[in-house]
Each structure stands twice: as C-alpha cells, then as structure tokens.
Design a binder for this molecule. Structure first.
Ligand code: ADP
Ligand code: MG
Length: 248
C-alpha cells in the first residue's frame, strides 16, 4: 500500500530521515516504533505530503506522491489522520468537527460559507454512531473528555472515507484504560472498514499488542522490522532498549 525508497529529509542542518526504505502492506496494522525524536512523526507526515521530502520516492497505492498542491489535495482525500492532541475546533459542536472531514468533498462557496449536503450529514452521523458519540453530536467538542475527543477526531478522519488512516501517537495523552479503548476502536475500524492503519507509538507493549508489523526507528533510520506473529517480544524490547533517546 505504501512504499518508500531512500527517503531523506532534513530540517535545517539536521538530517531527520536518513535513506529510509520500507513498505507497509495493505490492511496490515503497522506501528512505527521508536523513542522520542527518532523521526516517527516526520516519517508518518511524509506519507500524506504534510512533510515535503528532500529526496527519495514515496508511492501510495501505486501512485507516486504528487508534489503539485492541487494534485496533492486530491491525493490526500484517501488518507485520514489523527493526532496526539486531537486537533479539534473546541468551541464548535462534535458534529461540526466531524463534518470538517468532508471539506475535501464540499464546494466552498466562499471562505466563510461551506455547503454540506444531506449525505454529508448522514455519513457524519454514521461514523459518530460507530465511535459511540452520536448522542453527543450537538455538544461542544471541548466539553468532552480526552478519549471522547480522540473519538471525534477518528470520526472526522473516517468521513473522508480514506483507504489509509495515519495515527500519530493517538493515545499518548490518554490514561492507560482509555488508551486501550481507543486502540481497540481503531482495530475494529481497520477490520470493518478495510482501512490500512499506520500508527506511531513509543510504547513497546502497545505496539506488540496492536501491530501485525512493527518498523523500528532510531535517529532517523530504520533499525529493525518485525512481523509480530513471528518474533518474540523479548527481542523487540532488547532492540528498543538499545535505542538512545535524544530527549534524555
Ligand atoms: P518523533 O515523532 O519520533 O518524536 P519527530 O519526527 O517529531 O520525532 O522529530 C525528529 C527530529 O526532527 C527531532 O529532532 C525534531 O526536533 C525534528 N523536527 C521535527 N519536525 C521539525 C520541524 N518542523 N522543524 C524543525 N525540526 C523538526
Ligand atoms: Mg512524534
């Protein structure tokens, strides 16, 4: 589904991704695992063109990632994304936040006036029910708990009807029980909607539990790749323990 060849990316003089080559298979829940500062978010953001790479090649569903802004916008429809801090508009309703995910499909009449159609509302309500928030659709997003806010963000990504869902540290701001509930929900969505799920995580135990493939990253380089059903957890822990954390 996603193929990367010799991807390099620098910020200033810092080489953040160093000749990264990997592939992510369709419908295989994949975790990019590594310590803080390893380059996980940067790598994830390259997949939908949020980060412009310096060199190399990224192919998504057999299409080279376009560079032209108009083509990139169209391409991005098929890739949803959620974030650690949820990135919602807190003072508008849950439903309006979810409808924002339809903007790529919606005629923008002016910068202030966007016309959503009945099917947009139907799709939004369908996914709100799927994440368990239909009853809260008229509440302000900022009034909900962290776990509920991440559910809103998931519904907002799903109304795009993406083939790929990118999740950047989706549970790092949540308590362990809520984190498990969100990762269970993402797994259910991956199964029911046939979406390719790519997550960044820094917790080895969660990566082992939820991924079928783990791509280990340290200092901008891929250091190991595992199929979680073929490797024992101790091996993953030992490689990870030898990573240096640039924040420490
Ligand atoms: P991770 O998600 O694994 O914690 P990141 O991809 O966020 O790592 O960051 C990798 C490195 O790139 C870090 O040193 C970080 O400071 C740097 N970096 C990330 N984004 C930017 C940016 N937009 N501008 C400058 N430096 C950045
Ligand atoms: Mg990150």
């Amino acid at each position: 589904m996603i193929r990367m060849h010799s991807v390099n990316k620098s910020f200033g003089r810092e080489l953040v991704l160093k000749s990264v080559s990997c592939h992510i298979e369709r419908y295989t829940p994949t975790v990019l695992l590594g310590p803080s500062g390893a380059g996980k978010s940067t790598l994830l953001r390259c997949i939908n063109g949020l980060v412009d790479i310096d060199s190399g090649q990224i192919i998504v569903d057999n299409i080279p990632l376009p560079r032209h802004p108009k083509k990139l916008r169209k391409f991005r429809k098929s890739i949803g994304m959620i974030f650690q801090q949820f990135n919602l508009i807190k003072n508008i309703s849950v439903l309006e936040n979810v409808l924002c995910g339809r903007l790529a499909y919606t005629p923008v009449l002016s910068s202030l006036l966007t016309k959503f159609t009945n099917p947009d509302y139907e799709i939004a309500c369908y996914y709100l029910a799927k994440v368990g928030l239909y009853d809260k659709r008229y509440q302000k997003a900022g009034q909900l708990s962290g776990g509920q806010q991440q559910r809103i963000a998931i519904a907002r990504a799903l109304v795009q009807q993406p083939k790929i869902l990118l999740a950047d540290e989706p549970v790092a701001s949540l308590d362990p029980k809520t984190a498990t509930a969100i990762l269970d929900l993402l797994t259910k969505i991956h199964e029911e909607e046939k979406i390719t799920l790519v997550l960044t995580l820094h917790a080895v135990d969660l990566a082992i539990k939820y991924a079928r493939k783990i791509i280990g990253i340290n200092r901008g380089q891929i250091i190991a790749q595992y199929d979680t059903d073929k490797v024992n957890a101790a091996e993953i822990y030992s490689v990870y323990d030898n990573c240096d954390n640039s924040d420490s």
